[in-house]
Write a protein that binds this ligand. Sequence first.
Ligand code: UD1
Ligand code: UDP
Length: 385
Amino acid sequence: MLVLGTRPEAIKLAPVARAMAASPLFEPIVVSTGQHREMLQQMLELLRVPASVELDVMRDRQELSKLTARLVDGLGDVVRAERPDVVIVQGDTTTALTGALAAFYEHIPVAHVEAGLRTGVLDNPFPEELNRRLIGRTARWHFAPTSRAAGHLKAEGVPDAEVFVTGNTVIDNLLWVLQEGTGRDHFSTGLRRVLVTLHRRENQGDKMRAMGTALRRLADRGDVEIVLPLHKSPAVREALLPELTGHAHIHVVEPLDYVDFSATLAGCDLVMTDSGGIQEEAPSLGKPALVLRTTTERPEAVEAGAARLVGTEPQVILDAAMHLLDDAAAYERMAKAGNPFGDGHATDRIVAQLAEDFGADADATPAPRPLVVTQPDGPGSYSTA
Ligand code: UD1
Ligand code: UDP
C-alpha cells in the first residue's frame, strides 16, 4: 500500500507505483488521502498513478491537529480493511506520518522512502523535522537517498540491515518526464530567467512578505523575468500576492503540472526556493539554487556547490541573486557542480529490496546496479545560524 497526499509525495512515489504495477510480484494499492486537493489530483493524472482509495481530508486552512486526527482515523480504516503486506510512505508530510502510524497500529511493516533527512532542529522545518524522526521510529525499511541520510539513521540506532542507500526517486521521475519532452516552458521573454517557489509554514507571514519585497526589487533590475508558480495555500497567497502582482517582469501563475514545471526549470537561469524537491531537481539540470530557508535537510547540494543556503533576510537574498546574475564565474561554478541525489535508479533498488525481503525468486528480479556515492558520509545538522 502506497500512501500519498501531497504534490511531492505523488511525484516521488509515482515511479515506485508504476514499477510495482508492472511487476508480477506486487499488487500496489495507492491510497490518496487528498491532503492536497487540486495539486495532488493534477499530479496523479499526469503521472499515471490511479488511486484505489481516496480520503478527501482537505479542508481550507485546516489546523495540523485536525488534519492529523482525520488522517489517522481514515487511514486506520483503510489499512484494517486492506491488510497490505507493507505500507510505503514517503518523506515528511502529515500524510506520511499518519500512514506510518496507522500501519504500526495494525502491526503492518512500514517502508520509508526518502528516509534519514535531518536538519537537527526539531521545529525547522515545521512540522516536517519531527515527522521524519517519528516515521523513522516506525519503519522496518529505511530507503535513504544518500549515504549522509543513512548515517543519520545509523547514528540514531537503526540497525544497518534496515537501512538502504538508494538515491532519490525524484531523479527517476525527472528523467522520465524530461524524456517524454512534452512540457511547456512558462518564461516568455528573452530576459534572464528566475524561477521562484515559496510555501514553507515557518516562512509564512512577515518573513514571506519581506521575501516578496526582495523579489520585487530583483525584478526592478529590468533585465530579469521572474516566474512564480504559486502554491495553493491561502497563507502563501496572502503573503505574496500583494507584493508581487502588477509588476511587468513578475509572472505569478497557478501551480504548474509537473511536465510544464520541469520544462520551466530546465529553461530557467536561476532558482530561488524553499521547496525540498526543487533543491534536488535543480542540480540535476545544472541550475544554481538559492535556498530561501535558515536550515536544510539536503546539505549535499550545498556541499557539492550546486545550492546556497541564503536564509530569509530580504537584503541577503537580494544580494545573493544579484551576485549570481552578475558574476559569470560564480554562476558557472554552481551550474557545473552536479547532482548528489542519485542516478535515476532509486526505484529499482527499492522494489528489488522489497522483493528480496518478501522472498521473491532472485532470478525474477534483476539486481539493480550499485549506487555510486558522490558525497562524503557524516551526520550533522546544517543551518545558516
Ligand atoms: C504540505 C506539507 C509540506 C510539503 C508541502 C508540499 C505537511 C505538514 N506539510 O504543506 O511538508 O512541503 O505540502 O507542497 O504535511 N491547499 C489547497 N489546495 C491544494 C493544496 C493545499 O487549497 O491542492 C490549501 C488548503 O487550504 C490547505 C493549505 O493549502 O489547508 C495547506 O495545505 P497543507 O497540506 O496543510 O500544508 P502545505 O503547506 O501544503
Ligand atoms: N512542482 C510542480 N509544479 C509547481 C511547483 C513544483 O510540479 O508549480 C514540483 C517540483 O518539480 C517538485 C515538487 O513539486 O518535484 C516540489 O513540491 P513542493 O515544493 O510543493 O514540496 P516540497 O518538495 O517542499 O515538500
